[in-house]
Design a protein. Structure first.
Length: 343
């Protein structure tokens, strides 16, 4: 059975959950919750008190990060997933391949993902530990469209391996950072805007790390900005003003306007001299400015609790880096955000 550390049953993927599978059937259930359909075969008789598989995971919005530890050695066939899932070998031994291909050894620290429409066959050594990061497929599709790479629903991942060693190292760092943030008490990842912004950043990075059909999609001619009239542009602007406090992006503005992402980007550039992303950022900077002006600074004294901080306001408005927020704020308002907070 899969259970939390206190013995109560829980579904895989609950934020902050620690799940343990005591037998092969429960291990399949746990793998199914993290990846997709799975067939789990032990390499020794099913007669041990040690957990066959354990997981510690955390969720923020559509992001799911986990650490998996294999008890006995096992052979696992994982089916195709609707989402984009990457794994990293942390310790132990692992060989893996797309079904039908020859198994190859995976080095500690190496990352891999699943080819679109295919699962993954993997053989784990006893005690092997893995990191896992799951992104909604739609986030990667939206990132491709926002970058003008097109592809839409036809976007496909073409290889289990990154483009090169440098790309793999970069993704490994992103996975580690994401897991630390998701599992840290009081992390700003708890703010929907922060989590959504980071998810968008990861989706864009994925397209530069792993081979996909989006890499070759830039040859299509761009749509005409003239196809987006004033009324359509006003719908996008109104949606941005009304929902800037929510985790929206370019795809949401395009949907509200009733046009494609690329057409909206070209219209913003042609008619407003900016981009939808920059426009959203400017709105959020204005809202952050208003909040800082209306707030009382946090006091370090335990006798005078309450108040706010620049970092808290930045996180609420979707800025993942305090230094980047300070730079953008100073450029927009001519002073540091801390100056505005202190009044």
């Amino acid at each position: 059975m899969a259970s939390t550390t206190d013995g109560a049953s829980a579904p895989a993927g609950v934020a902050g959950a620690a799940l343990v599978a005591q037998d092969a059937a429960a291990a399949e259930d746990l793998m199914r919750g993290v990846y997709a359909e799975a067939v789990y075969r032990l390499h020794r008789p099913d007669e041990t008190d040690d957990p066959h598989l354990s997981l510690e995971g955390a969720v923020a919005g559509g992001l799911h990060s986990a650490r998996l530890r294999c008890g006995p050695a096992a052979d696992v066939d994982v089916g195709p997933s609707g989402d984009v899932i990457t794994s990293m070998l942390l310790s132990g031994s692992l060989t893996a391949a797309t079904p039908g291909q020859e198994l190859r050894p995976v080095r500690p620290g190496e990352v891999l993902t699943c080819v679109t429409g295919s699962g993954l066959r993997a053989v784990y050594g006893a005690g092997t530990t893995l990191g896992m990061l799951r992104l909604p497929r739609q986030a990667v599709v939206a990132a491709a469209e926002a970058a003008g790479l097109a592809g839409g629903a036809a976007l496909r991942v073409l290889s289990t391996q990154p483009l090169d060693d440098a790309a793999g190292r970069y993704w490994r760092q992103l996975m580690a950072f994401t897991h630390r943030q998701l599992t840290a008490p009081g992390s700003p990842m708890g703010h929907p805007l922060f989590a959504d912004h980071w998810q968008q950043s990861l989706a864009a990075a994925f397209l530069r790390v792993f081979p996909t059909t989006a890499l070759a999609s830039g040859a299509d001619g761009p749509p005409s900005a003239g196809a987006v009239g004033p009324a359509t542009l006003r719908r996008a602007l109104a949606h941005a003003e009304a929902h800037a406090h929510e985790p929206i992006g370019v795809a949401d503005l395009a949907a509200a306007a009733g046009v494609g992402v690329r057409a909206l980007q070209l219209a913003f550039t042609a008619h407003l001299g900016t981009t939808p992303t920059a426009h959203l950022r400017d709105i959020r900077l204005r809202r952050a400015h208003a909040e800082l002006r209306a707030s009382v600074p946090a006091c370090p004294s335990v006798d005078a609790p309450g108040g706010t901080t620049v970092a808290a306001v930045a996180a609420r408005w979707g800025f993942t880096s305090p230094s980047a927020f300070a730079t953008a704020y100073r450029r927009a308002h001519g002073c540091a955000p801390s100056d505005t907070l202190r009044g």
